[in-house]
Design a protein around this ligand. Structure first.
Ligand code: AMP
Length: 419
């Protein structure tokens, strides 16, 4: 039997209803905040990600699904959406019409990581990206929106961590201080961090491996190295969050895995998902549009991990299937013919109804209706046919009413809608 590829998964009916609900709420909120949907391809030139995300990041170094096309050009299944949104922003000349643009996109990402609970090789994200606003108001608005989203869904046990990563002015000094600090501790670091200590020392300070955590205790803090502008920006963000009563924790260790971040970075964390504790993350990336050959444009965005969010919300309830309101049970060939016409009419008029297609006994049709957990069953047997009336049974109250066959479809819809 051919099975799923490791790290990939199916999202089945029964679970998918929760996903649809989350997605619908995300769309409403994002659009209320002025974000417009952008749909992007899942494959892009490899260069877009290596240049955009940074060659010294885990993603680009070892996690991308890259392969050459027939002419040998590198292409990659997108590991994240931000670089693609920036490409589209530049390619379609948005900056020319109005540099201030807000986009959102929802879809699959691909990273060749070691699969485990909450970590997949194909996973889904809800991304929001905002261009052209350097003001800390953008940071506040975007974090406020994220806060509303999580509270609106009543996501349990989430805390927003916030930090500043400085800018090309102040970060190199912090990086130097950090490199000096870790240089005599490399033997205590995990193999990944031994490599990172040279290429990307910022990543060492947020490594989750206990030995690394211990080794970097007392490491220099970026908060002590921010330049005047970055400090003022950060303070304005914090003040804005306070004004809107958005809860947060300042976490000077929050670094995140992508090179393009500048200034504000944030991550929504939970303790309910084991090692994979980040449910959403984002930040400013003021340099990225320029790196990808667009005009120098400030930008900020976030990605919500859809799989992890669904796991948090679905932890208790096992089945999110919405039962159909109606089952049509018919006995005898003639009744079944009529019932099928009704079924089609109910479906066409927007009422979800089910029936048995194979002429089973009334008892087994009622069992099937129970399995569907329907609210009502419409029964049409030989006696009902003779009387020109069908019976509508409320499965909760067990009450039954007779409905004339003439004009039955609209009558039944009205009765069901009445409750
Ligand atoms: P990132 O693009 O790395 O900033 O990740 C943003 C969010 O996507 C994270 O907070 C996670 O919730 C989610 N995420 C990242 N990688 C994975 C993965 N391999 N499997 C499931 N979710 C992921």
């Amino acid at each position: 039997m051919i099975k799923l590829i490791r790290g990939f998964r199916d999202i089945l009916p029964g679970d998918v209803e929760l996903w649809q609900d989350i997605e619908a709420k995300a769309r409403v909120l994002l659009e209320n905040f002025g974000f417009r949907e952008i749909r992007l391809p899942i494959m892009e030139s490899t260069d877009l990600f290596s240049r955009g995300i940074g060659t010294d990041t885990d993603i680009v170094e070892k996690e991308m699904y890259s392969f050459p096309d027939s002419k040998g050009r590198g292409q990659t299944l997108r590991p994240e959406a931000t670089a693609s949104v920036v490409r589209a922003y530049i390619e379609h000349g948005f900056a020319g019409s109005d540099p201030v643009q807000k986009f959102y996109t929802i879809g699959p990402m691909f990273r060749h990581e070691r699969p485990q609970k909450g970590r997949y090789r194909q996973f889904y994200q809800i991304n929001a990206e905002m261009y052209g606003v350097a003001s800390p108001l953008a940071d506040v608005q975007i974090m406020y929106m994220l806060h509303l989203f999580f509270t609106g869904l009543s996501v349990p046990d989430v805390v927003t961590h916030v930090n500043s990563l400085g800018c090309p002015e102040c970060r190199p000094k912090f990086r130097d201080a950090l490199t000096a600090f870790v240089s005599d501790k490399t033997d205590r670091l995990c193999s990944d961090c031994q490599r990172r200590a040279k290429t990307n020392p910022l990543r060492v300070i947020d490594c989750k491996v206990p030995g690394c955590k211990e080794a970097v205790e007392g490491a220099p803090s970026i908060q002590d190295h921010l330049c005047q502008d970055c400090r003022e920006h950060f303070e304005a963000v914090i003040k804005g969050l306070d004004n809107l009563s958005v809860p947060y924790e300042i976490n000077p260790r929050l670094v995140r895995g992508l090179d393009y971040y500048t200034r504000t970075t944030f991550e929504v964390q939970t303790s309910l998902l084991g090692a994979q504790n980040a449910v959403a993350g984002g930040g400013r990336y003021d340099g990225l549009v320029k790196i990808l050959e667009g005009k120098d444009t400030p930008a900020i965005g976030f990605a919500i991990g859809f799989d992890r969010l669904a796991a948090l919300l679905g932890a208790e309830e096992k089945d999110f299937t919405v039962p159909p309101p109606l089952f049509v049970a018919a006995l005898g060939a003639e009744a079944q013919k009529i019932a099928f016409d009704w079924l089609c009419a109910f479906n066409a008029k927007g009422l979800r109804a089910e029936m048995d297609y194979e002429g089973k006994s009334l008892k087994s049709q009622m069992k099937q209706a129970n399995r569907f957990r329907v609210g009502h069953v419409l029964i049409l047997g030989e006696t009902e046919l003779q009387n020109n009336k069908a019976v509508l049974r409320n499965m909760d109250t067990k009450e039954q009413v007779e409905v004339a066959l003439d004009g039955l479809v609209d009558q039944v819809i009205a009765l069901i809608n009445q409750g």
